[in-house]
Design a protein around this ligand. Sequence first.
Ligand SMILES: Cc1cc2nc3c(=O)[nH]c(=O)nc-3n(C[C@H](O)[C@H](O)[C@H](O)COP(=O)(O)O)c2cc1C
Length: 387
Amino acid sequence: MGQHAGYQNEIYLQGLADQVPIFTTDATRVEDIAREAMAPGPFGYVAGSAGSGDTARANRDAFAKWRIVPRMLSNATARDTSVTVLGTELPAPVLLAPVGVQSIVHPDGELATARAAAALGVPMVLSTAASHSLEEVAAANGTGPRWFQLYWPNEPEVCASLLDRAKKAGYTTLVVTLDTWTLAWRPTDLDQSYLPFLRAVGVANAFTDPAFLAGLEKSPEEDQAMAVLRWVGLFTGTDKSWDQLPFLREHWDGPIVLKGIQHSADARRAVDAGMDGIVVSNHGGRQVDGAIASLDALPEIVAAVGDRIEVLFDSGIRTGADVLKALALGAKAVLLGRPYVYGLALGGEAGVRHAVRSLLADFDLTLGLSGHRSPDELTPSALRYLP
Ligand SMILES: Cc1cc2nc3c(=O)[nH]c(=O)nc-3n(C[C@H](O)[C@H](O)[C@H](O)COP(=O)(O)O)c2cc1C
């Protein structure tokens, strides 16, 4: 058996005591359940995407165009789903994507996510826009593996300070998100005039940062509006270019990964800039409406740089089959976004655990039933393209 499939037995056995899982095991349906349970503002913030939602839909549709072609009698009873990515050991090729402002869906926010991730040994990627400070999240995460996601601030002093704190707090890999230097047109949030940052939610890392605080005349407690304005200015607009990446290298000792890559030319530039990895991602369809599905961008990027840089993937992962397809197309691991956030909303730490364990079990079983014993056996020949 694989390491994760046991969750299936656990669930069936709980049925003997008339217990069912705390919410559905089907991440393609959890959004409908969360809609009923969550306040409209937070639900819209999580579920919503850019513009018409075309790219978010395309992300899901792209998975359906690839079909798995199972192989039989391949001795896949015993499986090992573990992989090592940029020096981090993963129990399965899955990480928790950076998701900001998690306290809007549950008061424990990122702390609950950090505890659940640590319990499973699954790395979490903590957002710059977290609602708890990176030190508090590190304490909740304990010995669990953790990476830090950077929204690259416009002031080098603040950037260097955040990186220094993240290093000291045990975050090992830096994920630099490039696609969100301003928010896209997001009708779900606009229609509710809902933006949590303006209420000083999701700004904990800045509001605890000495370099950020040094630029304020009054403390955030004395003048919240000014502090929020400073925060918005720091993370809006981009004077960044490829030739500034050495600054990050100078201030970060570990691997650096660029998130938000969709074009093979940008992937090549990441290689040329000496980066260690990329995340092929369109931010879950939340940024450029009408953009290519992230899965549709993956094969070309893997062909261009797959042998020179670690290629990770996100946007649209819901099921074990989705993980398998992304891996077969050349991703080393995937990042899970909304499904674990709905888990957090519906059940706090236990909800995140259930969402992640469900995905890992589904992946483990699908891997075996399609005739594979480990992620490294997956190649494009496991799939057929049927548009
Ligand atoms: C509510 C929400 C907040 C997010 N916040 C961040 C963030 O702070 N930093 C970041 O790099 N990506 C952020 N993302 C994007 C995710 O990291 C990831 O790319 C995306 O959710 C993957 O798509 P999926 O939700 O379809 O799995 C956010 C996504 C959601 C849904």
